[in-house]
Design a protein around this ligand. Structure first.
Ligand SMILES: C[S@@+](CC[C@H](N)C(=O)[O-])C[C@H]1O[C@@H](n2cnc3c(N)ncnc32)[C@H](O)[C@@H]1O
Length: 358
């Protein structure tokens, strides 16, 4: 029966003795991150901490069998739920059909990363963890900006989101998310609150988009942050001496110079608003954040050693190092830099005509 008791069945014929978890005859699929919340107290706490108003439209991602959906419908004006699995959509429809809530629930059957999101005031979700990073940036690029999102993440991902300079887990994901939003850790959640239990612990995080959004190009920002966190414990002086970095930035520099020349130095009065727009456009492109965040000190495609003997290359290297020197960044490490430090460094590079997006 829909929304009914969850039962465990032995997987037949495998000989492996493994268990398949079912709800209403529907087996859960681990590949879709189907770990439903089985603790009603926890569901209640999440809804309370969301601060939903009776006038709010709530977006739920991955409603599954509807345990959270039910409580959201009790608190909100309406709920829009995006679910990828048609079997779950059917379960949801059966569960709420004919109830007082049915007219206030809209279910979209689709992949949340591929569909256009509707207007919403608040997002509350227990998501499949494999989409954590792209989903976070898809939400943060959504307009109009929502009030807040209260989302269950894998514990380590959550701790990366909220990490501060100097924390072990401080990474590109922390810096980029915190540019666009305020993030707070709300709740630690043990794996036994789910059926079937996942292999990892979880945490609920509150994400509040910054309003107005920062007037910096996200692509430029992320280009700088990506380089700095490629080896977060190396000094910036040493990172910006790497040949691949110098070559890449010099190419951008020349392209930018050529562009400036072709524009004959004319000042574009709309520059600032273009930058604002690129914050939105580029945030959604950046879907490899989680992986990069998790590989801070391993993900290395840089070559050690100085740039080659080319005169152009050497003088451009001096230019890069001058910028670092000017802001006293030569001996600093990404692991300790604040948002303000990154903004200042980016502005110094821009003043020198050095850009991070090609
Ligand atoms: C962790 S379960 C949460 C279920 C339910 N919200 C709960 O808390 O009991 C994640 C749900 O997201 C769905 N899902 C997985 N990938 C999705 C995607 N890309 N877009 C939308 N839903 C997805 C799964 O089918 C599953 O129902």
């Amino acid at each position: 029966m829909a929304g009914g008791k969850v039962r465990k069945q032995k997987r037949g014929g495998t000989g492996g003795g493994g268990h398949q978890h079912y709800q209403g005859g529907v087996p859960f699929e681990k590949s879709k991150g189907q770990h439903i919340l089985k603790n009603p107290m926890l569901v209640e706490t999440i809804v309370q901490k969301s601060g939903i108003k009776p006038t709010d439209v709530v977006l739920e991602i991955g409603p599954g069998t509807g345990n959270l959906t039910k409580k959201l419908l009790e608190a909100a004006k309406s709920v829009v739920a995006v679910e990828i699995d048609p079997r779950m959509v059917l379960e949801l429809q059966r569960r709420f059909q004919g109830t007082a809530h049915s007219t206030r629930l809209k279910v979209i059957n689709g992949d949340v990363l591929r569909c256009d999101l509707p207007y919403f005031d608040i997002c509350v979700a227990n998501i499949p963890y494999q989409i954590s990073s792209p989903l976070t940036f898809k939400l943060l690029s959504h307009r109009p900006a929502f009030r807040c999102a209260v989302i269950m993440f894998q514990r380590e991902f959550a701790m990366r989101l909220v990490a501060n300079p100097g924390d072990n887990l401080y990474c590109r994901l922390s810096v980029n998310t915190q540019l666009l939003a305020r993030v707070h850790h709300l709740l630690k959640v043990g794996r036994n609150n789910f059926r079937p239990p996942p292999k990892v612990d979880s945490s609920v995080v509150r994400i509040e988009p910054r309003k107005p959004p920062p007037s910096v190009s996200f692509k430029e920002w992320d280009g700088l942050v990506r380089i700095c966190f490629n080896r977060k414990n190396k000094t910036l002086g040493s990172l910006f001496r790497q040949k691949t970095i110098i070559t890449h930035l010099e190419k951008n520099y020349k392209t930018f110079q050529a562009l400036q020349a072709s524009l004959k130095g004319s000042v574009d009065g709309n520059k600032e608003s273009e930058d604002d727009i690129s914050v939105l456009a580029c945030a959604t492109e950046d879907q490899g954040m989680e992986l990069d965040g998790e590989k801070d000190d391993e993900d290395m495609d840089l070559e050690d050693g100085d740039a080659g003997g080319c005169c152009d290359g050497s003088s451009f290297k001096e230019k890069l190092l001058d910028v670092l020197q000017q802001g006293d960044f030569m001996d600093k490490r990404a692991s300790k830099l604040t948002q303000v430090d990154f903004l200042y460094l980016l502005s110094l590079f821009h003043q020198a005509g050095i850009h991070f997006s090609g």
